[in-house]
Design a protein around this ligand. Structure first.
Ligand code: ARG
Length: 480
C-alpha cells in the first residue's frame, strides 16, 4: 500500500474495502493513464522532471495500458494502484509522477474525461432514436389515430403527429446534454489538493493535451464541485422520464384491449407457465430502470448537499451513481431504438378507433361556429347535449339540440348536411388542423423535413466534438 507506512500504519482489510472505490474506478482506468501522461508531458516541458525520467515513467504507463486494469495491485483507488504499479516498474523515479498534483484534481479530471466520452456516445444514440421516430413519422403522415387526453378519446390525429411529439421531447433531451457537455469538458487538473501548487506547472497545457475546452479555474471549485455530475444526472432523469412515457404507451398499445401495435419478438419475452404469452419486457424495463436513474439523481444530490469546501471523501460516493445511470440510460436508448424501429402498427385498427368516442365533437362545435356565427360556448353546449346519448347525430338531431339549448336551428342558419358529414369525418378533422404544429399531413410533413435537417446538424456537431477530443488524445498518446 503506497500511501501507508508514512503518517499511518497498516490498514485492515475491512476498512480498505469500505473506503475503496476500485469497482467504480474501472470506468476511469484509461482516463487516469491519459491524465498521468498529460501531467508528465507538462512536467517535462516545464523542466520539473528530466526527459529520461519522463521516458521511464511513460514506458511503465504504456506497459500498464497494454496489460489492462487486471495488472494493477492493491490500492484504495485506481490512482494509488496505478502510481504503485508505476513505481514498482520504473523504480523510485516513478515517485516523481505525483509532483504538483493530488488525487483530488486527478479524480475530478478523470471523471470529466470519461464522462465526456459517454456523453458523446449517448448523444449519438439519442440522435439515432430521434431519427427513427422522425423517419417513421414521415411514412405515417396520413395514418389516422385516436388522440387522447386523460387517456380518453379526445380528437383524431395522425401517427406522424404522435411520433413527432416523442421525437421533439428527445431532441430537447439531446440539446440539454449538448449544453451540459460545455460544462463537463473543462479541466480541473493543476488544482492539486485544492490550493493549486507552488510548482510552476502549466494548467493550460494539460488542458489542451487532454482536449478540454477550457479550465475549471478556481482550484477550490475545481476539486470540490460535482454539479456537472448532478446536472448530467438531472438531464438523464428527464430523458428517462420521456423514454418511460414512450415505453408505457408501447405496453398499453400492445394489449389486446388496445391492439394498436405489436412489438417484434426480439423485444418480447414469454411466460414460463403461460405458453401463449408475448410480454413487452423490454419496454417494461425501460419504465422500471427509470426509477433507478431517478434514484441515482436523488442519491447524488443528497450526498453533495451538506459538504463544506473543498474536497471530502463523500464525493467518491457520488461517482458510482453517475456510471450506473449512464450505462442504464445508454442501454435504454439503444433498446428503445430497436424496439420502436421494429414496431408493427395496426393501422386499420388505429384508423377505425380514430373516430371512436365521438372524437369529432370538437370539430362539430367548431364548424357550427364557422358556419352559423354562434358563440363557441353555445356550440359546445349544443354538441355536449347530443354527446350524452348519441355519437353520430343527424342534422335533425342537431337542430333539436339547438332548439333545446339555445332556441336556434343550425340548418336554418346555413349549416348543411355536407357540413355535418365533413365535421364528423376524422380525416377532414385532421386536414383542417393545419396551423403550425398541427396534425394535418402537410404540416407534419414540414415538421419531419425540418427535424431531419436538425438531426443532420446535431450529428455533425457531435462528430466535431468527438474529433476534437480524439485528435487531442491521439496526439497525447504519441508523445514519447
Ligand atoms: N477515490 C477518490 C474519489 O473518488 C479519489 C480522491 C481521493 N482523495 C483523497 N483525498 N482521499 O474521490
Amino acid at each position: 500500500m503506497l500511501l501507508r507506512g508514512g503518517r499511518l500504519g497498516a490498514i485492515d482489510r475491512e476498512v480498505l474495502e469500505f473506503i475503496s472505490s476500485r469497482e467504480a474506478d474501472s470506468w476511469i482506468f484509461e482516463a487516469d493513464l491519459l491524465v498521468d501522461r498529460a501531467h508528465l508531458v507538462m512536467l517535462k516541458d516545464r523542466g520539473l522532471i528530466k526527459a529520461e525520467e519522463f521516458a521511464t515513467i511513460v514506458g511503465a504507463l504504456d506497459q500498464l495500458f497494454a496489460e489492462g486494469e487486471e495488472a494493477l495491485g492493491e490500492g484504495e483507488d485506481v490512482h494509488e494502484a496505478i502510481e504503485a504499479c508505476v513505481i514498482a516498474r520504473a523504480g523510485q523515479v516513478g515517485g516523481r509522477m505525483h509532483t504538483g498534483r493530488s488525487r483530488n484534481d486527478e479524480v475530478a479530471t478523470c471523471i470529466r474525461l470519461a464522462l465526456r466520452e459517454q456523453l458523446l456516445g449517448l448523444m449519438e444514440e439519442l440522435n439515432m432514436l430521434a431519427a427513427t421516430l422522425v423517419d417513421r413519422a414521415g411514412k405515417n403522415t396520413d395514418t389516422l389515430i385516436p388522440g387522447f387526453t386523460h387517456l380518453q378519446h379526445a380528437q383524431p390525429t395522425t401517427l406522424a403527429h404522435h411520433l413527432l411529439a416523442h421525437a421533439d421531447a428527445l431532441l430537447r433531451d439531446q440539446s440539454r446534454l449538448e449544453d451540459a457537455y460545455r460544462r463537463v469538458n473543462l479541466s480541473p487538473l493543476g488544482a492539486a489538493a485544492f490550493a493549486s501548487t507552488g510548482f510552476e506547472i502549466d494548467r493550460d497545457q494539460t488542458c489542451r493535451l487532454l482536449g478540454f475546452d477550457g479550465l475549471l479555474e478556481n482550484s477550490m471549485d475545481a476539486v470540490s464541485s460535482r454539479d456537472f455530475v448532478l446536472e448530467v444526472l438531472a438531464h438523464l432523469s428527464i430523458l428517462m422520464v420521456n423514454l418511460s412515457r414512450m415505453a408505457e404507451e408501447i405496453i398499453l398499445w400492445s394489449t389486446s384491449e388496445f391492439a394498436y401495435l405489436e412489438i417484434d419478438d426480439l423485444f418480447a419475452s414469454t411466460s414460463s407457465i403461460m405458453p401463449q404469452k408475448k410480454n413487452p419486457d423490454t419496454a417494461e424495463l425501460v419504465r422500471g430502470k427509470t426509477g433507478s436513474v431517478l434514484g441515482g439523481l436523488i442519491s447524488a444530490l443528497t450526498i453533495c448537499k451538506a459538504l463544506p469546501l473543498s474536497y471530502n471523501r463523500d464525493l467518491q460516493e457520488v461517482t458510482p451513481h453517475l456510471w450506473r445511470s449512464v450505462s442504464l440510460v445508454r442501454g435504454a436508448v439503444r433498446i428503445m431504438d430497436g424496439c420502436v424501429s421494429s414496431l408493427r402498427f395496426n393501422t386499420s385498427r388505429l384508423e377505425e378507433s380514430a373516430g371512436a368516442g365521438f372524437s369529432t365533437a370538437t370539430e362539430l362545435a367548431d364548424s357550427l361556429v364557422r358556419k352559423t356565427g354562434i358563440p363557441f360556448r353555445t356550440a359546445h353546449q349544443i354538441v355536449g347535449r347530443i354527446a350524452a346519448t348519441n355519437t353520430s347525430p343527424t342534422l335533425e338531431e342537431l337542430d333539436a339540440a339547438g332548439e333545446d339549448v339555445a332556441r336556434i336551428r343550425p340548418s336554418a342558419m346555413g349549416y348543411s348536411r355536407d357540413d355535418l358529414a365533413r365535421a364528423l369525418n376524422p380525416r377532414s378533422n385532421v386536414a383542417l388542423r393545419s396551423r403550425p404544429g398541427g396534425p394535418a399531413p402537410a404540416e407534419t410533413g414540414r415538421m419531419v423535413a425540418q427535424r431531419l435537417e436538425m438531426l443532420a446538424q446535431r450529428r455533425a456537431g457531435v462528430r466535431e466534438r468527438r474529433e476534437k477530443a480524439s485528435r487531442a488524445l491521439q496526439a497525447l498518446r504519441e508523445i514519447r
